[in-house]
Design a protein around this ligand. Structure first.
Ligand code: ZN
Length: 56
C-alpha cells in the first residue's frame, strides 16, 4: 500500500507530495518539507494522524 501526503491536501499551493510504503519515511520527508518550505512544523503524531485518516 502506498502512503501519501500532499501539500495540496493540507491547503498549501504547492505540488510537493511525499509517498512511499514506509510511514515513518513519508512523515519525515513531508515534515521536513513543510518546515523548510512553508515554515510549519507538524509533529510526527499529527502527520501520522493525517495518514491514518486517509486510510491509504
Ligand atoms: Zn509544499
Amino acid at each position: 500500500m502506498t502512503l501519501r501526503l500532499s501539500c495540496k491536501d493540507y491547503g498549501f499551493e504547492c505540488d510537493f507530495e511525499s509517498k512511499g510504503d514506509n510511514a515513518s519515511t513519508v512523515i519525515e520527508e513531508f515534515g521536513k518539507h513543510t518546515d523548510e518550505v512553508h515554515g510549519i512544523e507538524y509533529s510526527k503524531e499529527a502527520l501520522m494522524q493525517f495518514i491514518m485518516r486517509k486510510g491509504g
